[in-house]
Design a protein around this ligand. Structure first.
Ligand code: AHR
Length: 505
């Protein structure tokens, strides 16, 4: 059958580890991302633990969120942490001028965020205010979070209910400093970056010691393809010494279909589907070009590229506040998520952390809520199906994807990655991009004898199929299996689908 696509899995070779942090999330004070989506307050009739939604926590636990970036985004560069600590009734209400001029009650602050992170068994990625704050303010914040309970900062934290220092594993030194974070020349940013890297200390002893689990400081990096920050930050990094260092370079790149985003998240045809997929596949070349610059300064790949904002950014859902960035999430978005995760996996040696934008109710969300209701999006299920790839070792695959064509857009028919999981099993993820044609895959494993194959597939009736509060199970994973022959496994992938298989030897 010449319609079979052979995939050769080089099962005896392993590459870089696909860091679990590649599956990170981003939660900004924006629209209903925090308020309503995560935080409902202790007195809410919505079931909660200390004000944090139970349903959202349990859904997030199931996808093993490795880290959560907070409080922004653009919001972070106008955030003053003191507004969000102490007795709830005394919190200072402000205005979220970045996002719809909504009221910011500051009822969700540092202690609530840390509680949330611990409820979902994740780690904190805190972005400090470089744009409108001071080095001192950020240093004081880190002292509040991490200094011993015997210090003044630690006493204040203890008085707010948490004597134990918090763990701050990742620290963002500003956000988009080339734009909403202060529109800085790269040279100006790196001067400022060094001061933040020097003085914003983490006081938890095991994080100060070398080798243990040091805090990773992540510098602002490129805006999409623009390499100005990549060059300047990496050149500056080569000059680091005992006094300061950075341990990550951020990249922000959204899939938008043009700016400002005007593509509908629900109402689109095959042309729009194909062109958005085409655009998202550009992530590969973009990472490659920044990586090449990073290699020049850092051939040993000490500094990870942290894609801490990415995802599909579409037209705001009709009738919603455009500043709240609310959009539906379709099967197309799930396919786009899988394709990007595959790209990150192929760059696992350099891309060791990413944060999809954003976790709940904003942009390409995992979860949508409406008062007490919650739904899981198609993108959520990709994160769920890909859990075995967290901290798995990349295994090379070779295939001729073939092409499918829509108008003048030409795309690969399929995409695939494989990895050796922490559980010792071999895992294979295959996407069939073609919206109308099934794909028969025949995977071979370099002589490995495969005994059984089992998996899950995510698809739906149409590329724009969505889950709604009334019909939340339109796009959910279903079991899929295949035929095991001597040294190969044959599976039929439905059109427009993503499947993840476990191979038992
Ligand atoms: O994710 C929404 C916004 O996109 C973030 O606040 C900002 O960093 C980026 O421009």
């Amino acid at each position: 059958d010449d319609d079979v696509i052979p995939i050769e899995v080089e099962a005896d070779k392993t590459g870089a580890t696909i860091d679990r942090n590649v599956f990170g999330q981003f939660a900004e004070h924006l629209g209903y991302g925090i308020y309503g989506g995560v935080w409902v307050g202790k007195d809410s009739k919505i079931p909660n633990v200390r004000g944090i939604r139970k349903d959202v926590v349990s859904a997030l636990k199931a996808i093993k969120v490795p880290n959560v970036r907070w409080p922004g985004g653009c919001f972070a560069d106008e955030y003053h942490w003191r507004d969000g600590i102490g007795p709830q009734s005394a919190r200072r209400a402000t205005v979220n001028a970045n996002w719809g001029d909504s009221g910011e009650p500051n009822t969700f602050g540092t202690d609530e965020f840390m509680d949330f992170v611990s409820q979902i068994d994740s780690e904190a990625y805190v972005s400090v205010n470089v744009g409108s704050g001071t080095v001192q303010e950020a240093a004081d914040w880190l002292a509040y979070m991490t200094a011993p309970a015997t210090s003044a900062a630690g006493k204040e934290r203890a008085a707010n209910g948490h004597p134990e220092p918090y763990k701050v594993r990742y620290l963002g030194l500003g956000n988009e400093s080339w734009s909403c974070g202060g529109a800085m020349r790269p040279e100006y940013y790196t001067d400022l970056m060094k001061r933040y890297a020097r003085f914003v200390r983490n006081y938890r002893p095991e994080q100060m010691e070398k080798g243990a689990e040091p805090m990773q400081r992540i510098a602002v990096g490129p805006n999409g393809p623009d390499t100005a920050y990549t060059e300047q930050v990496m050149k500056t990094w080569t000059e680091h010494d005992w006094a300061w260092n950075i341990e990550g370079l951020s990249l922000h790149s959204y899939t938008t279909g043009g700016w400002p985003p005007s593509m509908s998240s629900t109402d689109f045809d095959r042309n729009a589907y194909a062109s958005l997929i085409k655009e998202t596949l550009g992530m590969d070349g973009m990472i490659a070009s920044h990586s090449a610059i990073m290699d020049k300064y850092d051939p040993d790949k000490k500094v990870p590229l942290v894609v801490d904002e990415w995802g599909v950014w579409l037209e705001p859902a009709p009738g919603t506040n455009p500043g709240f960035l609310i959009q539906q999430n379709s099967l197309r978005d799930a396919i786009i998520a899988a394709l990007n995760l595959n790209i990150f996996a192929r760059h696992a040696d350099r891309v060791r952390m990413t944060n999809i934008a954003q976790m709940v109710n904003v942009l390409q969300a995992m979860i949508l809520t409406q008062d007490e209701k919650m739904l899981l999006t198609p993108t959520y299920y990709i994160y769920k199906m890909y859990v075995p790839f967290q901290d798995a070792r990349f295994v090379p695959v070779n295939f001729d994807a073939g092409t499918y064509r829509e108008g003048n857009v030409e795309l690969p028919r399929v995409d695939a990655i494989a990895a050796r999981g922490k559980d010792g099993k071999l895992w294979l993820a295959v996407t069939n991009l073609d919206p109308s044609r099934k794909a028969t895959i025949s995977a071979s494993f370099d002589g490995l004898a495969i005994k059984a194959v089992s998996g899950e597939v995510l698809t739906g009736p149409k590329v724009n199929s969505i889950n709604t509060f009334d019909n939340p199970n339109m796009v959910v994973p279903k079991p899929i299996s295949g035929t095991v022959r001597k040294n190969s496994v044959t599976v039929d992938l439905p059109a427009k689908s993503v499947a993840v298989f476990r191979l038992d030897e």
